[in-house]
Design a protein around this ligand. Structure first.
Ligand SMILES: [Zn+2]
Length: 386
């Protein structure tokens, strides 16, 4: 039996206000209706007015609810999946920190062995944040594990992950970064640039070699100056790249986030959370990797040095923040949390759009982009206030 859903607006490539959901191999899938045609079976038509529908994809998230991907504990990762739907996330990439070769390989094996068993938001791959970074902009990444890029080493991680590593961030000034980018990008993994003191020329050389993403733009990278554009200037100036942005209001000032969005456009901005284990948890003391962190006033900071240590942002809140900042139309804002991040990691054929044949994963948002409901495979899995 089909069910029809109706919305004031669908944030999707296809137009119209109705969608038919029919049973597919895993659960309900989305099927379109010709524009202007209303469902014949009105009884099965579910109308919530006014609502907007979208599906959020978090492509850079380390932890939640006391768990961290680097704990290498499948039950913790599964719990993250289960509760990410409360943040409006229907697809995500578990994200690593810098660590030893063995530690990272073990995390790859664990996720590859269990991916698909997660109870909530779907794991669409793994994001390797590091370990090929440089110390000048280490942020909260542990420099003990920083080293030069090695394709052979990466290939071992990728095979332990059974091909699930969709994206890896590196610092372009590391010796061998250009050759690494060429090889890894050609083999189908997205290369991102971050935690780096690179010059414009160094960063551009990696983009020319195939790098396509800038990791949490402005944070952990050489700043823009009018004679030395640095990593930030490269992220702003080059075409064909996607800039990750943490919109919690603390990592980047609202005016600056808005400026970047206006400059490069929503099709080149991927909203991420960079959330660490204190996400959805009370203020207090936590750890990030091997470092002590404290959480207060919506920020996670290293106890030593006070550097920001990831965030406690939920992706759904980035939408309402951007709307309040006047950073774009609702459609543009939703695009930055759905289609753009999915495309930036090469997973747009699996998530990020409500299209015929796709799993019926979608959200119901109010006109202020607050989350009302999350649906996975056509089933309601979260309702705000319940
Ligand atoms: Zn980072």
């Amino acid at each position: 039996m089909s069910e029809y859903v109706h919305a004031a607006k669908f944030f999707s490539a296809a137009c119209g206000r109705d969608r038919r959901l029919s049973r597919g191999h895993r659960g309900r899938q989305v099927w379109g209706l010709p524009p202007g045609r209303r469902p014949a079976d009105r009884q099965n038509r579910r109308a919530v007015w006014p609502v907007d529908r979208a599906r959020l994809v978090d492509t850079h998230i380390h932890g939640l609810l006391g768990h961290d991907v680097m704990d290498n504990d499948w039950s913790g990762i599964a719990a993250m999946s289960q509760h990410l739907v409360e943040a409006g996330v229907t697809s995500w990439l578990p994200t690593t920190l810098t660590g030893s070769f063995e530690q990272l390989k073990a995390v790859c094996t664990t996720i590859a062995d269990h991916a698909g068993e997660e109870p909530g938001a779907k794991i669409q791959g793994i994001y390797f944040e590091g370990p090929y970074f440089t110390t000048e902009h280490k942020g909260a990444q542990n420099p003990k594990y920083f080293k030069n890029p090695s394709v052979a080493e990466f290939n071992e991680w990728q095979s332990a992950a059974q091909g699930l590593v969709k994206k890896i961030a590196i610092a372009p000034e590391r010796p061998g970064a250009v050759a690494f980018t060429q090889a890894v990008a050609a083999a189908g993994t997205v290369v991102a640039l971050g935690h780096s003191d690179a010059t414009f020329e160094q960063a551009k050389a990696c983009v020319d070699a195939g790098a396509t993403v800038f990791t949490h733009t402005f944070n952990g990278m050489s700043p823009l100056s009018h004679r030395a554009p640095g990593m930030v200037g490269t992220a702003m100036a080059l075409e064909g790249v996607t800039d990750e942005l943490i919109c919690d209001g603390h990592h980047v000032r609202p005016e600056v986030a808005t400026m970047l969005i206006r400059l490069v456009g929503p099709e080149h901005i991927a909203l991420i959370t960079d959330c660490m284990r204190a996400g959805m948890m009370p203020d207090g003391d936590y750890t990030l990797g091997e470092f002590a962190v404290y959480v207060k006033d919506g920020m996670a900071r290293l106890k030593a040095g006070d550097s920001l240590a990831g965030s406690v942002l939920q992706l759904k809140d980035a939408l309402s923040h951007l709307l309040a900042w006047g950073a774009g139309t609702p459609a543009a804002i939703v695009k930055m949390a759905t289609q753009t991040p999915a495309a930036s990691c090469g997973i747009q054929h699996r998530c990020g759009s409500i299209l015929p044949g796709r799993a019926a994963d979608y959200l119901v948002l109010d006109p202020n982009l607050h989350l009302l409901e999350t649906h996975l495979d056509g089933a309601l899995v979260y309702q705000a206030g319940h």
